[in-house]
Design a protein around this ligand. Structure first.
Ligand SMILES: Nc1nc2c(ncn2[C@@H]2O[C@H](COP(=O)(O)OP(=O)(O)OP(=O)(O)O)[C@@H](O)[C@H]2O)c(=O)[nH]1
Ligand SMILES: [Mg+2]
Length: 316
């Protein structure tokens, strides 16, 4: 509350300015951070209060906001476990607690019949909440392919993940994540996804429950069985999977896709691989491997690493 006092102005009116708004608490993704360990040690974060309004109609300063840094893939939940925000890489921040609005100064209460208001308004309380932060790994590479293509065999060979491997379809029932370590200590994350089949996008097989994991990966590694005798047409297999991706979300086909023919060690595989390669190499980059013997695996890893870097450069 304040009244104007000036020489020669005997009854100056009210001139108390409004209080400043409180600062916000913002949670924002930073690429350089990989864990939530900091929040294990420090749990209370408060943005600055708004400053008081002043005489001469001066509005108080806005309180400074604070920004909490979290790694990509952080899920923000309320105390009851409801997801408030899934911090994906594109929209990477949220104002999680708003500062209160500053109160009005007495200047705002002046009316024609109320010339010297002495009332002022308290500033609002800011929002307060308890949150649970949870880190969901985002795979750099999602391995897709029909059941039995050898996806789990491949991830077991290149990473620390150990999903079940067997010669029947739908061995893998949920996604497995593995970390691929490179010689120079860099690393990337791969996901072995359950096999997709025709009409998966309509719920067939394990359905589309896992397709959202594919949406999160930067790169798709499309594994195609070119070895087993029961595989009649690798091109057709390849197209079935891509069709399902398209039906689920056409944007998935815009992701960089490295096509990898697997089971080169089996008799007749090389002939089939060469044919397949010719059929699609105009549109896709293709490599051949044997997840079982290790043939082509080193080249595959370095190729994936290059593709991830390219994709990260493109995104930033
Ligand atoms: N000869 C040979 N067999 C392989 C190779 N890769 C995988 N297999 C075999 O193929 C079968 C299926 O392998 P998985 O890794 O379980 O296949 P998957 O793609 O994970 O299958 P789902 O989880 O059912 O979708 C297993 O019997 C593996 O041993 C390979 O490079 N060569
Ligand atoms: Mg599997």
């Amino acid at each position: 509350m304040s009244f104007r006092r000036e020489k020669g102005v005997p009854r100056g009116g009210p001139d108390g300015g409004d209080g400043g708004d409180g600062g916000n608490v913002v949670i924002k993704v930073f690429q350089g951070i990989s864990t939530l360990i900091y929040y294990h040690y420090k749990k209370h974060f408060v943005a600055q209060d708004g400053r008081h309004g002043q005489g001469k109609d001066k509005k108080g300063k806005r309180g400074a906001s604070i920004t909490l840094k979290v790694p990509p893939g952080t899920l923000i939940k309320d105390e009851a476990g409801n997801i408030l925000k899934d911090l994906k890489e594109k929209e990477n921040f949220i104002v999680i607690a708003r500062g209160g609005k500053g109160g009005r100064g007495n200047a705002k209460f002046k009316t024609s019949i109320h010339q010297s208001p002495r009332e002022v308004e308290e500033g609002e309380e800011g929002e307060k909440k308890w949150l649970n932060l949870e880190l969901k790994l985002i795979a750099d590479v999602g391995i897709i392919g029909l059941p039995n293509a050898g996806k789990s065999t491949l991830i077991s060979r290149i990473s620390n993940a150990r999903p079940k491997i067997a010669a029947y379809p739908f061995t893998t029932l949920r996604p497995h994540l593995g970390i691929v370590k490179m010689d120079d200590f860099s690393s990337f994350v791969v996901a072995d996804l359950p096999g997709l089949i025709e009409k998966a996008s309509e719920g067939k097989g394990l359905g589309d429950r896992f397709l959202r994991h594919i949406e999160r990966s930067k790169i798709l590694l499309h594994l195609v069985n070119v070895g087993d005798d029961f595989v009649k047409d690798s091109l057709k297999d390849f197209q079935i999977v891509n069709k399902e991706l398209e039906l689920y979300n056409p944007d998935l086909l815009k992701k960089p896709q490295l096509v990898v023919g697997n089971k080169l060690d089996l008799p007749g595989a090389r002939v089939r691989f060469n044919k397949f390669n010719k059929e699609i190499s105009e549109k896709f980059s293709v490599m051949g491997i044997s997840a079982k013997t290790g043939e082509g695996i080193a080249q595959l890893i370095s190729r994936l690493f290059t593709l991830i870097k390219e994709e990260e450069d493109r995104e930033s």
